[in-house]
Ligand binder design. Structure first.
Ligand SMILES: C=C(OP(=O)(O)O)C(=O)O
Ligand SMILES: [Mg+2]
Length: 489
């Protein structure tokens, strides 16, 4: 029966399709003792799950071909490893359930692999993936991570981490719905970058059954469960009208009373360029470079790989402005090789510029790559640092930019209240400021941007947020008019 769930619409448009859930991390199966007479049944369940997972991996390999096929076939072999299967049987014989037997046998094998030198230790993630697949199948829960589907679907999740979303296939994901997350969470940002409708902070999202047909209205925040034909038609019509209105607009950005405001896109890498250009972007206002780092959280992309990605973005906007933000790792965007695993409160921890100042080689490589990427291009490159707290931060960032021989404007993001309050002193060191109102709201209202229940405080019209923006803007205007040539974005 048709019913409507209400959340917060964060990315316009309408998506109609079947629900697929993002599997959560596999819970540890309970270690309850099973009666001896149940052992044969558990044994049969374990064997069937192993076989089904191996067959599925091989089928996926056949579809994928190339390097992916080799990886998937190796995983299928892991699942069928005779030693592992024998260990599972032994555990079931002494009272483990099938899922617990698999879980414990894989844990023992994992420990062996992890201690067996660099190459085999690198296979631990593959082994974990195989274990997760078998345990999820035995527990009857969705596979952890991005759903396996060859058909387009609407992705439902508790929340989406940037690392999860980096793996999504844009041709399959019709839209996002999350139970957590606010309008400024990364699920929302990514949905907008992918150009798919999204609703966040929707209570009960994780309880909507897999396969249910839903219509997601990313403007109103409504999610219709099992909508009737008439309703679907109406939503499709509204979405088409909106698309047509967007397609009809052209030319340089301006307010309706003629004040020129260039339309600058938010991008996370070259993959976002077609949508930005199609929407009429005149340049880039924020290039979030961390998305280039999320493919492999164990190390930074090489300098060459970075040059290639930056150059593609810079080339797309000749003679226009491209504002690149250096890596903003930590908090909700952790990277294994940079982010401490044991921070009690990661949003208030070592993140953004703080991380880069602790790992100057990562910052140097990135700045060098940017300098090389911009060589010979007529683009107006501007480079800025995330999470600048004070003048000292700004000074260290500007020095690193100068040392890298970067011919660009250097700037600081204003996303910590201290930076807004002391914007004048920060402008002694850098040439521009850029407002990061997602984090600025988070830190001003002590309201985690990931928490859906606090969406009210993540509103750009909140007076306290506007006061801080005004403070930063005033500093920018004053510095500009006193002839120091600093300006404000
Ligand atoms: C632009 C911002 O950065 P991000 O959303 O990537 O944290 C912000 O905090 O407003
Ligand atoms: Mg931020």
């Amino acid at each position: 029966m048709e019913k409507t769930l209400r959340g917060v619409g964060v990315s316009h448009g309408v998506a109609i399709g079947q629900v697929r859930h993002m599997g959560t991390a596999v819970l540890e199966p309970p270690a309850t003792q099973i009666p001896t007479e149940d052992a044969p049944r558990e044994q049969a369940r374990a064997e069937a799950a192993v076989e089904a997972v191996a067959a599925d991996l091989i089928a996926r390999g056949n579809l994928a071909g190339g390097e992916a096929q080799a990886v998937l076939e190796a995983q299928a072999l892991m699942a069928q490893d005779p030693e592992l299967i024998a260990d599972v049987s032994r555990r079931i014989a002494v009272g483990s359930s099938a899922e617990r037997g698999v879980y414990d046998a894989f844990a023992a094998y994992r420990a062996l692999l992890a201690s067996a030198g660099e190459y085999l230790a690198g296979r631990v993630a593959d082994l974990d993936d195989v274990r997760n697949r078998i345990v999820a199948r035995l527990l009857g829960v969705p596979m952890p991570g991005v759903p396996d589907s060859d058909e387009p679907y609407v992705l439902f999740a508790r929340d989406l981490a940037p690392a999860d979303t980096a793996l999504l296939d844009p041709t399959l994901v019709l839209g996002f719905v999350t139970e957590e997350g606010g309008p400024t969470s990364h699920s929302a940002i990514l949905a907008r970058a992918m150009g798919v409708p999204a609703v966040v902070a929707l209570p009960g999202a994780t309880e909507v059954a897999e396969g249910t047909v839903v219509a997601v209205d990313g403007s109103s925040g409504d999610v219709l469960v099992e909508p009737g034909e008439e309703k679907k038609e109406e939503l499709r019509r509204i979405a088409a009208e909106r698309k047509a209105a967007l397609a009809a607009s052209s030319g340089p950005g301006a307010t309706s009373d003629g004040h020129r405001v260039p339309l600058l896109a938010n991008v996370g890498g070259p993959g976002d360029l077609p949508a930005a250009l199609e929407a009429g972007a005149e340049g880039v206002g924020l290039f979030r470079t961390e998305f280039l780092f999320l493919d492999d959280s164990a190390k930074a992309p090489s300098e060459e790989k970075q040059v290639e990605a930056y150059r593609k973005v810079l080339e797309a906007f000749p003679e226009n402005r491209v504002v690149v933000r250096v890596l903003d790792a930590g908090a909700d965007k952790p990277l294994d090789f940079l982010t401490p695993a044991d921070e009690p409160n990661p949003a208030l921890g070592v993140r953004g510029l703080r991380t880069l100042l602790e790992h100057p080689e990562v910052l140097r490589t990135q700045l060098r790559a940017l300098a090389k990427a911009a060589e010979g291009l007529p683009v107006h490159l501007e480079v800025m640092a995330p999470m600048v707290a004070d003048r000292k931060d700004a000074k260290e960032f500007a020095e690193a930019c100068r040392e890298a021989g970067l011919s660009a404007k250097f700037g600081a993001m204003v996303e910590i209240p201290s930076a807004a309050l002391r914007a004048r002193s920060i402008l002694q060191e850098v040439e521009f400021l850029s407002l990061g109102t997602n984090d600025l709201a988070q830190y001003t209202f002590a309201a985690d941007r990931q928490v859906g229940a606090l969406a009210r405080l993540q509103d750009p019209w909140q007076p306290a947020l506007l006061d801080l923006i005004a403070a930063a803007a005033e500093a920018g205007v004053t510095m500009y008019f006193t002839g120091t040539r600093h300006f404000f974005h």
